[in-house]
Structure formats: structure tokens, C-alpha cells
Design a protein around this ligand. Structure first.
Ligand code: SF4
Length: 375
């Protein structure tokens, strides 16, 4: 099993909280970029040792900005170099305001069977403050349009802990999202990333302190209970899905399955010890004649242990203790003991998992279980 991620680093404008690699370059670059993507496919298709893939994820940036003919060209190139296994999950990210009948018509000629939409909130003032281009009505309209076009496997992204967002605003967001009949919900606490406009904005001060922490905790608690009542499974700290609709692509990241990342700024993992990051430089990517500019990292035993802990503990299944070498398992359990005594971690069916209470301090718990390199 293997997956492909294709990064589309184009956005119409930049949102104030975002640190993903994207540019606001014009349509001409999109055509050149699609050609460069095929060049990279040609060069690197054996990176994951097999050209049959079970998941394909087109993310960004804003892939829904690509003109239909460019998107069609990208899928044609994928078809020339890879084969999707029957039933493969093929996701594209979309901004609600791009989801027009024409765009959906273009999509109907591709294998896309899942749409991940960046809703973020249904509060129009907050959307404006974040620099989003859409309004709440456009989210509802876009979901409806996707369903009418036959794509019912829809995921929405929401953000909580926004500047000025009240608990009632968040209740409204969660309820509205679930009322749209989506199959998957990703919800993230707003994080202030260095170098983003949010980091230097006057809102930043509002997003700190015990009161803000407490509000975020209440919001997350509400999210967990409301999605549960609606039949969603909480399968990863930030991800909720109806049975059978978890993101197979993201799940493979958390299971150590190899994936090939194509495009400027895309990351790859060879399934063994190599992680590779293409440099976030679209012009260098387009102009490359051989392999695109990138950096690789050889993972040490310690890195592999740490990644195993970090990714698995975020999932509801937890860390499969029997997959750890005996020595690492004992090490992990000895560090887990204080958290188990405090009922933040527990062992179920030979898996070490976060308890409901433990989820609230998951970052601290995860870092307590890691191996630290003092060299
Ligand atoms: S959040 Fe999405 S639309 Fe906004 S700047 Fe980032 S990648 Fe672009």
C-alpha cells in the first residue's frame, strides 16, 4: 500500500493564520507547474517502490483554483505513471467559493471521490477577519452542490479558539457543519505560527492566558460530545468520521505507510528511513531540469521510535505495544506509568491510548514518552 500527495501551491489571497507553502502567482504558472509535476512523476515514480496507489490526495494551497484543463492534465499524467487500485480514495481540497457547477463538471471527468473543504467557521465576521474569501452561505451551497454532483464523501475543516469567538459561536459552527450531512470533520485549535500575519496582529494577545485555554478546552469538549451523539467516531485527536469514512490518506501517515509527495514544498516518506522535503520554491521547481530541489533526512532508530509514538498516540487505537521492540516497549511503559496513575493514559488490548482526559494534554504526554537526544 502506498499513497501520493500532490501539493498545489496557489492561493488567490493569503489567510492570516496560514503557514502552508503557497503563492499568489498567476494562471500561467499553473500550466507550467502541471508540466513540472509530470516531470517529477517520471523521475520519482519508483520512490515508493510501486506504482499502484491506494490513496491520492491533492492539497495545497488551493487546488480548486486550478483551471479544469490544468487539473485534467494532472490526472492524465497520474494515469500515465501510476495506477489507482480499485476503490482508491482520491481527495481534492477545495475552497467553498470555488465549488461552482463548472468546477464540479470538470471534476466529473477525474477519479476524485472525496472533497475536503476549508470551511473554518460559519461566522461571516470571523471569516473576514481570517482573510477567507467565502461566507457561511457559500459553505452550505458548496456542500449541497457536491452532493448533487454525486460526491457525497465530504469533509469539512473547522477552526476553534478564533479571536472573539464565543462558546455559542462554536456550538453554532459544529451544529451547522453536522447538519449539512458531511461524512468527516477535521477540527483544529487555532495555532499562532511564527511569521504569519496573525503572529504580529493585535489579536494575538487575546489568544493567550488561562481564560482562553479554558474556553478552548470547553469548545473541544463540546466538539467531542456533539460529534459522538451524531454517530461520528473520534479516530484521531483532530479528526472525526462516520463509520467507514475516516481519511484513508491521513491514516496512512499515522501508520507509517510510504507516500510520494510531489510538488514544491511536498514531503515524502519511503517507508523505511528516509524523509524527503521538496523545497518550497515554485520557480525553482518549475525550472528544474533534473530532480527538483529538495532535502532528505535519514531517520535514526531514535527518530523512528519518536515518530512511532507521536503518530500512533494521536489515534484512538493508540500505540500498538507489540509492534515496538521489547526494549522500547519497556522504555515507553516506564515513562507512561505516571500518566497511567493519573488516568491520562491506559492500556487496552495491548495498545497504549490516551484517555478522554489525557487528550486535553496530549502534547505534553507525547513529549514525555519521547527519547531525547542530548548530543
Ligand atoms: S488557509 Fe488555505 S486558502 Fe488560506 S492561505 Fe492557507 S492554503 Fe491558502
Amino acid at each position: 500500500m502506498a499513497g501520493i500527495y500532490i501539493h498545489i501551491p496557489f492561493c488567490k489571497s493569503r489567510c492570516i493564520y496560514c503557514d502552508f507553502y503557497s503563492t499568489t502567482l498567476s494562471r500561467d504558472y499553473m500550466v507550467l507547474y502541471a508540466q513540472a509535476l509530470e516531470r517529477e512523476m517520471c523521475l520519482r515514480k519508483l520512490y515508493i517502490e510501486c506504482t499502484r496507489v491506494h490513496s491520492l490526495y491533492i492539497g495545497g494551497g488551493t487546488p480548486s483554483l486550478l483551471p479544469t484543463e490544468v487539473l485534467t492534465n494532472i490526472f492524465a499524467a497520474i494515469g500515465r505513471h501510476f495506477s489507482l487500485v480499485p476503490g482508491a480514495e482520491v481527495t481534492i481540497e477545495a475552497n467553498p467559493d470555488d465549488v461552482t457547477p463548472d468546477w464540479l463538471k470538470g471534476l466529473s471527468h477525474t477519479p476524485v471521490n472525496r472533497i475536503s473543504m476549508g470551511a473554518q467557521t460559519f461566522n461571516d465576521s470571523l471569516l473576514k477577519l481570517l482573510g477567507r474569501r467565502h461566507n457561511a452561505q457559500q459553505i452550505a451551497d458548496a456542500v449541497q452542490a457536491c452532493k448533487e454532483a454525486g460526491i457525497t464523501n465530504i469533509s469539512l475543516d473547522l477552526i476553534y479558539g478564533l479571536p472573539g469567538q464565543t462558546f455559542e459561536d462554536w456550538q453554532h459552527d459544529v451544529q451547522l457543519a453536522l447538519s449539512l450531512g458531511i461524512k468527516h470533520l477535521s477540527a483544529y485549535a487555532l495555532s499562532i505560527e511564527p511569521g504569519t500575519p496573525l503572529d504580529t496582529s493585535p489579536y494575538k494577545r487575546e489568544l493567550e492566558g488561562a481564560q482562553y485555554e479554558e474556553l478552548s478546552r470547553r469548545m473541544y469538549n463540546y466538539l467531542m460530545s456533539t460529534t459522538k451523539q451524531a454517530g461520528f467516531l473520534h479516530y484521531e485527536i483532530s479528526n472525526f468520521a462516520l463509520p467507514g469514512f475516516h481519511s484513508r490518506h491521513n491514516s496512512s501517515y499515522w501508520q507509517g505507510i510510504p507516500y510520494l509527495g510531489l510538488g514544491a514544498g511536498a514531503h515524502s516518506y519511503d517507508g523505511h528511513r528516509e524523509r524527503r522535503a521538496n523545497l518550497p520554491d515554485i520557480k525553482a521547481y518549475i525550472n528544474a531540469t533534473e530532480d527538483v530541489p529538495h532535502e532528505t533526512e535519514e531517520l535514526s532508530d531514535e527518530d523512528l521510535y519518536n515518530e512511532f509514538i507521536m503518530t500512533r498516540l494521536r489515534t484512538s487505537k493508540g500505540i500498538p505495544l507489540n509492534e515496538l521492540p521489547e526494549e522500547d516497549c519497556q522504555y515507553c511503559l516506564s515513562l507512561a506509568k505516571p500518566h497511567m496513575r493519573n488516568k491520562l493514559l491506559c492500556v487496552q488490548d495491548d495498545h497504549l491510548c490516551l484517555t478522554k482526559e489525557g487528550i486535553f494534554t496530549s502534547n505534553d504526554i507525547i513529549s514525555d514518552l519521547l527519547k531525547v537526544d542530548f548530543n
